[in-house]
Structures are given as structure tokens and as C-alpha cells.
Design a protein around this ligand. Structure first.
Ligand code: C2E
Ligand code: MG
Ligand code: MG
Length: 776
């Protein structure tokens, strides 16, 4: 049975399929998206690199242009006219975005000389250094290009925003870049944006030209510089890039960064950027860059979405398909489970399902503390009906029996058909009527089932046997209960059929012993422990030994001595009788040959043969090959068979017995009087002896009926020309009575027990036989 958990899983199989396929699609799309994103991230970084390197390139170009201008001034020892300066710079620079200037150092004493010189050079009579005021030193702009700022602005005046860097330039030999400033050299710049950078370098004149030039005590001659608008600079950089880039730049030379450019909306910076650092003169710039839009908007969503949609469609298709399969599977399962539960022929529960029901009822009875009776019912001699009237009619009879069984059993009884002619019945004891016991129920079932049936115009009679077991006294589980009920059934069958038996501890013990006997017997056949003994048969008139019966003796290491009366029936049930029978024949022949070799004359030896042995197709060929192998005269051999074989398989057995008899082997019917068959075979079959069963002989002197029966059997045997053997004669009274009745031969402890093969030479009966030479 499928567990509820598994069933729930089956019901949701289509949902599971959808989820699995769709999740696969989702995972694939996500992987594609992330791959694309990281690719775009790399592109963004490459763009940032490009931007930073272009920016650095432009700044380097500015520096080198300024270098050239400084070289011009230095090489001309300061004597550069504004025209010369303009001409030089014009030829040097390609764009007008950068402004070059030179501010010459003018000590206070040279101020008027300087001013008058510049007035001449510029042709401007109103020229003067400004802002006005007396200072110790001046550094007015004396060379400018392009001319966007006025000549004469003193960059040492306190109004100049970048005064500090001027002082730095003056005191060092290094290039200096300013922090971002509002437009320099203009006086009203408080509200102007800080969007200009000034690059400055000090000019020191060569030694030889210092004398007539105004320098300070460190031969500082002035500052040459260039300034540029950051926006123009960045425009120049971005215009050379194909991709759109957003950036922000900060001067990070000091502790607090000074942000001076930001081309992006603020929110974008939260979504990631790449950072580069640039060095410009003595300053350090940080440049952040990124694409001008969110990364995900850059991702090519089409392939990502098309994969997702494809998987979604696949998931839908598979879900639909799985659901369809599931529906078919369920309907097939329903049909199969109906087929599995109900037996087609009888309409009762199937063999499988009734056992399942038994397990369920066991759980119920355990929980409710109730008793459960389990019966196995088997029809008696159903095989005969099948053989006589065919299987079709047999099936119809089974259906009728099922119907009758349903009627006779209580409503709540569970009835299952086990196949063949067997049924399993389960009854919770509460379901029985108060007055009814399990024994009554079993009896009434047997009675009802045994009433005649009318099938296809025929009146049929069939009996049944029942084996039962009651839970919780026995059997913890379904398999054990059925096994016990089977054992009880077997006992009912062996007790003569048409009866019932309940399993009990003794039965279980016997069963266990039987299993052990079977196991040990198989082993004994391979090793040792088995022996043949021989019991003499005596002529009741001459009192001479006229034959011997070979009887098996077994002493097992574990079980001790086990009687053949116990192990032969077990061997017959389990099939061990076949190899065991072969062993007996082989052994009997060997002994016969040994005795011959020892010169001991022995009478014919009778071997007991079970039905299963005679049913073997190779029985007769085997017998022939043994006779041939040991070169034994068939007259020295007798075979004893019981009546039962003639009841079970009279026809084929009759032919075999005739063949055996034709060889010269004599035949005896063993245990005569205990079977139930017709006596006709006595006249038709080639028997030589009838052996009256020892149950009759045992009581012959006390029980008149047994005496009468024995007498009748002897007369019957004689009338049919058969010799009669009485077995089990254990006292003289029995012997006298049998002699009076005219019995021919006797066998029993009165004469001798069965003897070992080796004691033949010393046994008085055999010795006497050898002395008189010859026997009948
Ligand atoms: P059976 O063929 O009827 O053998 C006679 C049985 O009666 C033997 O029992 C024998 O020991 C016993 N018996 C003989 N005289 C007396 C007596 O005075 N009083 C009593 N109470 N019993 C006596 P055993 O040897 O126990 O054999 C039992 C049965 O086992 C035999 O009955 C026979 O059916 C079967 N059996 C024995 N050996 C073989 C064998 O080799 N093959 C087959 N198939 N069956 C065998
Ligand atoms: Mg016998
Ligand atoms: Mg017998």
C-alpha cells in the first residue's frame, strides 16, 4: 500500500514539476543576468580608466605647455614683451580654455620704474599696479594670454584668493597646483563658483642676468602660471569619449576632500562607482566614475527574459502533461487496486488483500483488547472433482462454496479466497453470537459446506477441513497466524478430514520437531546414522523363517533414536522419502550380496515402499538397474505397499505392480484393514501377500470384533489365493488364535525383533534355516 505521505506527493506531482522547471529557468536567467551585470561592471571600470587617463593626459598637456612658457621667460632672462609672449603662447596652445600669465616680482622701490616701463610696453598711459596701496613687494601680472584679465593685478595683494600658494611657489622649486578657486584675479568673486585650477611655477633668473633685474633675496623673479576652467577641462575630456560617463572629482590633498565636479544625480553614486587617483603637481585628485544610468538598465534583458519565458512555457507544458499522466495513473491504480482487493472468480477478498486485512484487524484487536479467530478452510478431495468433471465445473463449485460460506458466517466476518480450494476466514470474537463458540462455528461451517451442491445438472458432494488459531494467545503477526492455522489444518486433514483443529502449543512443538527431523534426516542421508534392520517372518505351521522385512533404524546425534513411525510420515510429506527410499533399496541389495558372499542363505527380503516412490516414473527402470548391478535374483525381493497408494492412483499403480510382479518380485499389501478403499484390487492386482495391520492383532484375544475381522481377512485372502501375514504377534495366545484361523505367516516380537545386518550369521532362525538348507 502506498503511504499517505507518498500519496500526497503523487497528488502534487504536477506542482512539483512546475516548481522545479520554473526554478531551473529562474536560476538560469539569474545566472545570465549576473554574468551580464559583471560584464557591464567591467565595461564601466574600463570606461572609468579611460576617463581618468584622458583627464590625466589633458592635465599633462597643460603642464607641458606651462613648462614651455616658463622656459621662454627663463631663456629670455625676463625680457619678454607682451607681444612676444602672446605670439609664443598662441603658437604653443591649441585651445583658448587655458589662460597663461606671468606675474613679475617688483620690490617697492622699483614700482614706479616697472609701471612706467609697462605703460610704454602696453601703450597704456593709465597702467598702474592694483589694487592700489603701498606694499613692500608687488607681483603684478605683466604678461597675459589670452587677454581676459587686466594687466597689473598684484597677486601679492591680500585680495588675491590664492595668496598662500603664491607664497608656496615662491619658497619652493616645485610646481604647484591650487585647490579649486573662483575665477582668479577678479576682485568680486565671493559668490562665484570654485571652478578654476591654477598651475604655477617659480621663475629664478640665471646668475649672469640677475644684476639688472628685480629679484628678491632668493633670486626669485616671479611666477609663471596657467589656469583653466574645470568645466571646460571636463568637457574636453568627455567630448573625446564615445560612451556616456558620469563622474565626480575631489581634491583630496588635505584631510577634508573638496568636491569640485559632479556630473551625476546624487542618487546614482549610491549604486556603485569606480575610483581612481590622479596626481597633479603637489595635489591629489580622486576621480569617481560610472555609467550614467543604473547597471540593470544596461543589461540586455531580452535574452534573459526569453530564457525565463521559455522555461515558464516548458513548465506549463510539463505540468499539464504530468497532470494528465497522473490522472491516468490514478484511474489505472484504482482499477488495479480493485483487482488486487477482490478475487475475480469468487467475489471474495483476494489472497493479497485478505492478508492485508488480517494485519489491520490485528492492530485493531491489539488496541481494543479483542480476540481474533483466523481459520484456513480447505475442501477435501477437491482434486478428484477437478479431475472427474474438469476445471470449469471445479470453478463453479468453488463459487457455490464461496456463496455458502458468506451465508453461514457472521456478517462482519472477513472472507478471502486463497486460491485452489482454500479460504481464509477472520472473525473478531465479539462478532460471534453470544451462545456461539468457535467450535460451534467451525462445526456448522463444515456441516453447511458438506451439504450437496447442484451444479450444471450434477449433484456434487464435497467436505472440508478447518484449521484455526486464536489471537492473542498465538501469533504476533499475520504471517505467523496463517502459518499456525495451516498447521492446524494439516492436523485436521491427517485426522481423517471433514473436521477442524485449533492450533495449540503442543501442535507448535510437534511442528518444530518435524522441521528438525526433516533437517537432520537430510543430513543423515549424506553422513551416517541410518541403518537397515531385518525382522524375520515365520511360517506359522512349520515355524521356519520364510522372509524378512527391511525396517529403517535411525540414531541421530542430536535427536537420539527416532522411530520410523515418526520420521517416515515426515519424509513422505517433505519429499525426503525419495532419496531415503533409494538409499533403502541400495542398502538392501548390498546386504543381500554381502550375505551371499559370506555364504549365508537368507529368505526373501521385503522392502517397504511409500506411495511417492511408486509414483516416480523412473521407479521401475531404477529397480531393473539395481537388480542388474547387484546381480540379485528377483525372487529374493518383496515389496510392501500400503492401501493408500491404491486409493490415490489405482490405474497407473496397477500397471507398475504388474510389471514388478512379472519380474518375479513378490508383492504384499501392508497394513491391511486400515484403509477405506474397495476390495476389488485384491482380485485384480498381482499381490501375493496380505499383511493384517497390527492394530487388529494387538487386541485379537480380548476384542471379539477384531478377532472376527482378522478371521474374515484370512478367509478372504485364502479365497483369493493370497497368503496372509499377521504382523505384531507378541504373545503365544495371539499365535494360537491365528494358527486356529489358518493364518499362514506371522511377524512379531514373539519371534524376533528386527536384527542388524551383521547379526544374520548368528541369529538362531537364520542359522536353522541354513542348516536345513532351503526355504519356501
Ligand atoms: P510396517 O511396515 O507395518 O512395519 C512393521 C512395524 O511393526 C515395524 O515398526 C516393526 O518394528 C513393528 N513391529 C514388528 N513386530 C512388532 C510387535 O510384536 N509389536 C509391535 N508393537 N510392533 C512390532 P517400525 O520399524 O517402527 O516401522 C514403522 C513403519 O515405518 C513401518 O510399518 C513402515 O510403514 C515404515 N517403515 C519402516 N521402514 C521403512 C522403509 O524402509 N521404507 C518405508 N517406506 N517405510 C518404512
Ligand atoms: Mg511393512
Ligand atoms: Mg505394517
Amino acid at each position: 500500500m502506498i503511504s499517505l505521505k507518498k500519496q500526497a506527493m503523487f497528488n502534487k506531482a504536477h506542482c512539483v514539476v512546475f516548481c522545479v522547471v520554473f526554478l531551473c529557468g529562474l536560476a538560469t536567467s539569474l545566472a545570465m543576468y549576473l554574468d551580464e551585470r559583471s560584464h557591464i561592471g567591467e565595461q564601466q571600470k574600463a570606461l572609468g580608466d579611460k576617463f581618468a587617463s584622458k583627464l590625466s593626459g589633458v592635465l599633462q598637456q597643460y603642464t607641458s605647455e606651462l613648462n614651455s612658457v616658463a622656459a621662454l621667460i627663463e631663456s629670455n632672462t625676463g625680457d619678454v614683451s607682451p607681444r612676444h609672449f602672446v605670439g609664443f603662447v598662441k603658437s604653443l596652445v591649441s585651445n583658448q580654455d587655458i589662460q597663461f600669465f606671468f606675474a613679475q616680482y617688483v620690490p617697492a622701490k622699483m614700482k614706479s620704474t616697472f609701471e612706467s616701463k609697462l605703460r610704454v610696453r602696453l601703450g597704456d598711459t593709465s597702467f598702474s599696479i592694483y589694487p592700489q596701496g603701498d606694499r613692500q613687494e608687488y607681483m603684478p601680472l605683466s604678461l597675459i594670454y589670452p587677454n581676459e584679465i587686466p594687466y597689473g593685478f598684484d597677486i601679492l595683494s591680500t585680495q588675491y584668493q590664492d595668496l598662500v600658494s603664491v607664497q608656496q611657489v615662491r619658497n619652493s622649486l616645485m610646481w604647484t597646483a591650487s585647490k579649486p578657486l573662483a575665477t582668479p584675479f577678479l576682485q568680486n568673486t565671493q559668490n562665484a563658483p570654485a571652478n578654476t585650477i591654477i598651475l604655477s611655477a617659480p621663475i629664478y633668473l640665471p646668475l649672469e642676468s640677475r644684476s639688472n633685474k628685480p629679484t628678491d633675496n632668493i633670486v626669485f623673479y616671479g611666477v609663471v602660471g596657467a589656469y583653466f576652467n574645470i568645466e571646460n577641462l571636463l568637457k574636453q575630456v568627455t567630448s573625446s569619449l564615445k560612451e556616456n560617463v558620469v563622474f565626480r572629482i575631489a581634491d583630496v590633498s588635505a584631510d577634508n576632500p573638496i568636491w569640485f565636479a559632479d556630473s551625476a544625480k546624487m542618487t546614482l553614486w549610491d549604486k556603485g562607482y569606480d575610483t581612481h587617483y590622479l596626481s597633479l603637481a603637489n595635489r591629489k585628485w580622486r576621480v569617481d566614475s560610472r555609467f550614467d544610468s543604473s547597471l540593470w538598465t544596461q543589461v540586455h534583458l531580452f535574452p534573459v527574459l526569453s530564457v525565463l519565458i521559455s522555461f515558464f512555457l516548458l513548465a506549463c507544458f510539463l505540468t499539464f502533461y504530468t497532470n494528465k499522466l497522473l490522472l491516468r495513473y490514478r484511474s489505472a491504480l484504482d482499477a488495479a487496486s480493485k483487482y488486487i482487493k477482490v478475487d475475480e472468480l469468487t467475489g471474495l477478498l483476494s489472497r493479497y488483500y485478505v492478508q492485508h486485512k488480517l494485519s489491520e484487524l490485528l492492530v485493531y484487536c491489539q488496541e481494543e483488547n479483542k480476540k481474533l479467530a483466523t481459520f484456513v478452510l480447505d475442501l477435501d478431495h477437491f482434486k478428484t472433482i477437478n479431475e472427474a468433471f474438469g476445471h470449469e465445473l471445479g470453478d463453479k463449485l468453488i463459487v457455490e462454496v464461496s456463496r455458502r460460506l458468506s451465508n453461514v458466517l457472521p456478517k462482519n466476518a472477513v472472507i478471502g479466497y486463497l486460491g485452489g480450494d482454500a479460504f481464509l476466514i477472520l472473525i473478531v470474537q465479539d462478532d460471534l453470537k453470544k451462545c456461539e463458540s468457535l467450535d460451534c462455528l467451525a462445526q456448522s461451517i463444515i456441516q453447511k459446506i458438506s451439504e450437496g451442491y447442484y451444479v450444471e445438472g450434477l449433484t456434487l458432494n464435497i467436505g472440508c477441513s478447518i484449521g484455526g488459531v486464536v489471537y492473542p494467545e498465538f501469533g504476533p503477526d499475520a504471517t505467523t497466524l496463517i502459518k499456525y492455522a495451516d498447521m492446524a489444518l494439516y492436523h485436521a486433514k491427517t485426522s481423517g478430514r471433514s473436521t477442524y483443529r485449533f492450533y495449540d502449543v503442543e501442535m507448535g512443538g510437534r511442528f518444530e520437531r518435524n522441521v528438525r527431523i526433516e533437517r537432520r534426516l537430510r543430513k543423515a542421508l549424506q553422513t551416517t546414522g541410518l541403518e537397515l534392520h531385518f525382522q524375520p517372518k515365520v511360517d506359522l505351521i512349520s515355524e521356519r523363517c520364510v522372509g524378512m522385512e527391511a525396517l529403517l533404524r535411525w540414531e541421530d546425534e542430536e535427536l537420539g533414536v527416532v522411530s520410523p513411525a515418526e520420521f517416515i510420515p515426515i519424509a513422505e510429506q517433505t519429499g525426503v522419502i525419495l532419496p531415503l527410499g533409494d538409499w533403502v533399496f541400495e542398502q538392501a541389495f548390498r546386504h543381500l550380496v554381502e550375505w551371499q558372499e559370506q555364504g549365508i542363505t537368507v529368505p526373501p527380503v521385503a522392502i517397504n515402499c511409500s506411495a511417492a516412490q511408486l509414483k516416480r516414473a523412473d521407479f521401475f527402470p531404477n529397480l531393473l538397474s539395481l537388480l542388474d548391478k547387484y546381480k540379485v535374483d528377483p525372487c529374493l525381493l518383496e515389496i510392501e505397499v500400503t492401501e493408500s497408494i491404491l486409493i490415490e492412483d489405482a490405474e497407473s499403480c496397477a500397471e507398475l505392480l504388474r510389471q514388478i510382479s512379472r519380474l518375479g518380485v513378490k508383492l504384499a499389501i501392508d497394513d491391511f484393514g486400515t484403509g477405506y478403499s474397495s476390495l476389488s484390487y485384491l482380485k485384480d492386482l498381482p499381490f501375493h501377500y496380505v499383511k493384517i495391520d497390527q492394530v487388529f492383532i494387538r487386541d485379537i484375544t480380548e476384542d471379539k470384533k477384531h478377532a472376527a475381522l482378522t478371521h474374515a481377512i484370512i478367509s478372504l485372502g485364502h479365497n483369493l489365493n493370497l497368503k496372509v501375514i499377521a504382523e505384531g504377534i507378541s504373545n503365544v495366545d495371539q499365535l494360537i488364535m491365528l494358527q486356529e484361523f489358518g493364518c499362514d505367516i506371522g511377524q512379531g516380537y514373539l519371534f524376533s525383533k528386527a536384527l542388524g545386518a551383521s547379526s544374520m550369521g548368528s541369529d538362531p532362525m537364520i542359522v536353522a534355516l541354513n542348516e536345513k538348507e532351503g526355504f519356501d
